[in-house]
Design a binder for this molecule. Structure first.
Ligand code: 1GP
Length: 231
């Protein structure tokens, strides 16, 4: 999946990244991030993205207003290791009725932020899960599954200098029966394939596309490397 943050890339930039990422073979575009955006801003960026590609678009919200009916789905996510109840269920409560009425598919997801956490960790007031806090991560993930969540997202934070350790991914994947998404700090095919080999079902990259002149060239090897893995 390719994460596009319209707060960083703007509407035009978001459209451009989406078009190139789609050509490179990404399966989904995530739109959103930790910086607050209004519904209007989400509408504008998502419409531009939709003009540039047919790849399905999923909202990755950072707050209750980050919704657009132009998307195909929304991660209806709960930041389980936040110390602030607002990120666990408050934003979700405020957005609930609008999301339900819109008819946009809602995908319940347990969201966990790991060391170093970056902006997502700070904004979400996460009690960061440390590099070897395996039991913590496993317990949160199994709890998410038992509460009915359909996905686990393990996040190191956008722009993290290193991704989540492979051993952490392996332990969580072994413990749950739902797909595991891993993102944050993955910038090349070696890192992506190592995380995929450890058990991640989905890899998210954001910064690598955001920062490159040629998004297609930057993403193609990463996407090819994980799609060629036989597990
Ligand atoms: C953020 O995990 C994603 O939620 C993407 O991280 O920007 O480091 O690729 P990067």
């Amino acid at each position: 999946m390719t994460l596009i943050d319209p707060a960083t890339s703007g509407d035009e930039g978001s459209g451009k990244i989406a078009g190139q990422a789609s050509k490179a073979g990404t399966d989904f575009i995530l739109v959103g991030g930790s910086t607050h955006l209004t519904m209007n801003e989400m509408d504008r960026a998502t419409k531009r993205i939709k003009e540039e590609c047919d790849t399905p678009v999923i909202i990755f919200p950072g707050s209750s207003s980050m919704f657009t009916r132009y998307a195909d789905a929304i991660f209806f996510m709960s930041l389980l290791n936040s110390s602030d109840l607002d990120f666990v269920v408050g934003h979700q409560k405020r957005a609930s009725v609008i999301v339900k009425r819109s008819g946009v598919e809602s995908i319940p997801m347990g969201y966990l932020i790991f060391d170093p956490g970056m902006t997502a960790g700070r904004v979400g007031k996460a009690r960061l899960i440390g590099k070897t806090d395996y039991q913590d991560a496993v317990e949160y993930s199994v709890a998410a599954e038992l509460m009915g969540m359909k996905l686990i997202y393990m996040e190191a934070g956008s722009g993290a200098p290193y991704p989540i350790p492979e051993e952490m991914v392996r332990r969580v994947k072994e413990a749950v029966g739902i797909p595991v998404i891993v993102g944050g700090g993955i910038r090349n095919s070696q890192a992506a394939s190592a995380i995929a080999m450890a058990g991640a079902d989905i890899i998210v990259t954001g910064t690598v596309a955001e920062k490159s002149e040629n998004v297609y060239e930057a993403l193609k090897p990463i996407i090819d490397s994980i799609k060629n893995i036989k597990r």
